[in-house]
Design a protein around this ligand. Structure first.
Ligand code: ZN
Length: 236
C-alpha cells in the first residue's frame, strides 16, 4: 500500500517532535507545519527546522500568522511568563501562557493544508496529563474539531474519506512521551520547550514548560540534553 500523507504540527518542542516520530512509525509520510504566531523568540522555529531535518519530512512549511495582533497571552504580549509554580499549581486553572484559541487556529491551518494535499490525517502533540491546563488540549476539544473538519471541508462533505486528528500523546505522562521518543530516535537536544527561551534557545528552567520537561527527564533517570540559562538540577 502507498504510504499515506499526514500533516504534523511541529512547534520544535518535545511533544510535537515526539508526535512527528510517531507519525513516521505509523507509516505516514509527514508534511510538517510550523506557525510563526509571534512566539517570544525565533529559537523555537529554529528548533522546528532542526527537528524536521533530523527526522526527515516530505515538506516543511513555516506559515506566518502573527497573533501578537491580538495579544492576550504571556507568549504573544508583553506579559511576564509565570516562573517557579509548584507542581500542583501547574494544571490548576488556565495560566496566562494560554494563547487564545491557538490550537483551533493551528488545527484549522493544518486542515487546510491536508485538504490540498489529499491527506485525511493531522497530528497534534497535545497532552492532557502533564500539561498547563489549556482547554484546547483536551480530548473533548479534539473530538469536536474532528467533527468540524468533516463538516466544513469540500473533501469531508464529498465523503471520499474522513478527517482524523491524531493526538498520540494525549493521555501519556511526560515520562512516557520521552521514553517513546527516545526509542524512536528523537534527539531532544534539538528541541526547545521553554515559554521564555533566550535568543539562543536556552531554557529558563523555571516556567511550566521547563518544569514539566525537567520532571519528565528526572523521572526517567535521563539527563535533559537541552541547554538552560542557569544550572537547574532536576527542576524540583
Ligand atoms: Zn522555561
Amino acid at each position: 500500500m502507498q504510504p499515506l500523507p499526514a500533516v504534523v504540527l511541529l512547534s520544535g518542542g518535545l511533544d510535537s517532535s515526539t508526535t512527528l516520530a510517531i507519525a513516521h512509525r505509523k507509516g505516514f509520510v509527514a508534511h510538517a507545519l510550523t506557525v510563526r504566531y509571534g512566539q517570544r523568540h525565533a529559537a523555537e522555529l529554529e528548533a522546528a527546522r532542526r527537528v524536521a531535518a533530523a527526522l526527515g519530512v516530505a515538506d516543511h512549511k513555516i506559515v506566518d500568522l502573527d497573533l501578537r495582533a491580538f495579544g492576550g497571552s504571556a507568549l504573544t504580549a508583553d506579559v511576564p511568563v509565570p516562573k517557579h509554580r509548584a507542581d500542583d499549581e501547574i494544571g490548576r486553572g488556565i495560566p496566562v501562557t494560554y494563547v487564545p484559541a491557538r490550537n483551533t487556529i493551528l488545527l484549522s491551518l493544518a486542515l487546510a493544508w491536508a485538504e490540498v494535499l489529499g491527506a485525511w490525517d493531522v497530528f497534534l502533540g497535545v497532552n492532557a496529563l502533564d500539561y498547563s491546563g489549556y482547554p484546547d488540549c483536551r480530548p473533548e476539544f479534539i473530538e469536536a474539531f474532528e467533527r468540524l473538519a468533516n463538516l466544513g471541508t469540500k473533501a469531508g462533505v464529498e465523503g471520499h474519506g474522513r478527517f482524523a486528528v491524531h493526538t498520540p500523546l494525549i493521555r501519556m505522562s511526560k515520562r512516557e512521551i520521552l521514553r517513546t521518543g527516545l526509542d524512536l530516535g528523537v534527539n531532544y537536544a534539538l528541541t526547545v520547550s521553554c515559554y521564555d527561551p533566550d535568543e539562543t534557545g536556552a531554557g529558563c528552567g523555571a516556567c511550566d514548560a521547563c518544569r514539566l520537561r525537567l520532571k519528565g527527564f528526572a523521572e526517567l533517570g535521563v539527563a535533559d540534553p537541552a541547554r538552560y540559562r542557569t544550572s537547574v538540577g532536576t527542576g524540583r
